[in-house]
Ligand binder design. Sequence first.
Ligand code: ATP
Ligand code: MG
Length: 135
Amino acid sequence: MALGEELARSVLPQSGVVLLIGNLGAGKTTLAKGIAHGRGAAARDDVSSPTFTLIHEYGDPVTVYHIDLYRLEEERQVEALGLADLFDTNALVLVEWGERFPNFWPDHTKIRIESTGDEQRRISISELLVRPVSH
Ligand SMILES: Nc1ncnc2c1ncn2[C@@H]1O[C@H](COP(=O)(O)OP(=O)(O)OP(=O)(O)O)[C@@H](O)[C@H]1O
Ligand SMILES: [Mg+2]
């Protein structure tokens, strides 16, 4: 959670897609909570898993979208959600299980979470996408 807050404040771009990649229970939603809180978009306890709702939005105006595609199986189902409309907004778009649809995303940042013990995780960032702030 603390790492998510720090990433939100100092490392992640203002907007764009961030894929949260990791096995079941790796800690994707927990990191998303930290990020949404770090952006000032939500209280930690107000961020919950969008496994059944598919997409949650935080902030007014929205600065963080949190998406969970676990229950979708085909790319055309992802296309039908209309997520492409979010890509050009000024919000960060956090996506769990998005790596299963690799052709769908524009340029994006990847955060990988690996479980290295019951209470231990290794978290790495690659392809960090930096965009100019739009006014
Ligand atoms: N960095 C961490 N260190 C230790 N435990 C963690 C960490 N992140 C999450 N956990 C614990 O791992 C469990 C699963 O966390 P979480 O729901 O965030 O995972 P997830 O990757 O979103 O799971 P799912 O694949 O079901 O969406 C929770 O019990 C959480 O407290
Ligand atoms: Mg989750």
